[in-house]
Design a protein around this ligand. Structure first.
Ligand code: NAD
Length: 332
């Protein structure tokens, strides 16, 4: 049994905590939050021991009538692995605290890759991360790219990759983010950081560019990959990937809003789409170049990766066992 703590209980942290709580070989020993809001109350209602992330603010929880089990240091004393799901940059500040408590750490993609021993993606480099003291689960977009590129490289070999990322302006609850009436080349300079981020996990020739748009639900990638594979071979390879799901012509789904609606109708928690959603009709090969469109649910595609990252660094399962267990418990 691996004792797992989640530090930072927001968009990613609350989803990861729910996923960890479902795993047979893991015990969720606690979640830590800075402020006593509805999410803190909800964590307690779910039976998760709640810890105050900032010692000086611990009284705020008592004042709000929310019971805590202690402060973050006490949570770390009970954990073997901590999943840091704090805002970008805060994870790096927490790293020395995790060292002091001698816990292994899983960081998120908002951190620099230097924060951890290795960047992690279950499909691409699980084996390289087994037994590491710390890993960084790469960002939602990088995870989405690796889930397609790694199997294509493994089965067929690939050449130059070009990807245009149409990125949501903010998550649905982030009322302060934008744009609300604009389209931003973002960043204006080429490449965006996503291509170099892919290369922290996999050796591939890739250039990425990005836009930010007034949307909150998902990102969309337009992907172009040099390959000798035929359309049928590409589809066969991706059909074997459990975390790549085809949006079928019969679904009659032509937008990210409809994908989210489909997930809600299927009873997915919070309408989460853990898999890359690839429009089958978009998969085309012309003159040795593959084209496809995929939608990436930024709030949830990294959730199964975090669960696998725990097993990798704890050394409790090999890649196939871990992916199978994570998929089965979540319902992928
Ligand atoms: P979030 O703001 O929704 O959640 C972060 C939580 O951490 C908040 O509840 C905040 O109050 C809390 N927090 C702040 N300082 C803390 C501290 N010192 N100790 C403990 N908790 C603290 O952020 P998020 O979207 O969940 O992002 C978390 C990480 O995951 C970031 O690195 C981000 O880049 C990455 N990520 C985010 C997304 C996404 O689209 N939301 C996708 C993939 C990866």
């Amino acid at each position: 049994m691996v004792d797992v703590a989640v530090n930072g209980y927001g968009t990613i942290g609350k989803r990861v905590a729910d996923a960890v709580a479902l795993q047979d070989g893991m015990d969720l020993v606690g979640v830590a939050k800075t402020k006593p809001n509805f999410e803190a109350r909800n964590a307690v209602e779910r039976g998760y021991p709640l810890y105050a992330a900032v010692k000086e603010r611990a009284d705020e929880f008592a004042d709000a009538g929310i019971d805590t089990a202690g402060t973050v240091g006490e949570m770390l004393e009970r954990a073997e692995v901590v999943i840091d799901a704090c805002p970008s940059g805060v994870g790096a500040q927490n790293a020395s605290m995790y060292d002091d408590h001698d816990v292994k750490a899983v960081f998120q993609g908002g951190e620099d890759d230097a924060v951890a021993e290795r960047s992690f993606n279950a499909s691409a480099n699980y084996g390289d991360c087994v037994g590491a003291d710390s890993v960084r689960v790469v960002s939602c977009n990088t995870t989405g790219l690796l889930r397609v590129l790694h199997p294509l490289e493994r089965d067929h070999g690939i050449g130059k990759v070009r990807a245009t990322l149409v990125r949501r302006g903010g998550d649905p609850s982030q009322h302060g983010r934008g744009p609300i009436n604009d389209i931003l080349p973002n960043p204006i300079t080429i490449p965006s950081h996503h291509g170099p981020d892919v290369r922290t996990v996999m050796d591939v020739d890739i250039t990425t560019t990005g836009f930010k748009v007034p949307a909150t639900l998902m990102h969309v990638h337009s992907l172009n990959v040099e390959t000798e594979a035929s359309r049928a071979e590409v589809i066969e390879t991706l059909e074997d990937e459990s975390r790549v799901r085809f949006v079928e012509p019969d679904d009659r789904v032509s937008s990210t809003a409809e994908i989210k609606e489909m997930m809600l109708d299927e009873g997915r928690p919070r309408g989460d789409a853990w898999e890359n959603m690839v429009w089958r009709d978009s998969v085309s090969v012309e003159d040795g170049e593959l084209y496809l469109f995929q939608a990436i649910h930024q709030e949830s595609d990294v959730v199964p990766e975090n669960v696998d990252a725990v097993r990798a660094i704890a050394g409790t399962a090999d890649r196939d066992e871990s992916v199978r267990a994570t998929n089965e418990t979540l319902g992928i």
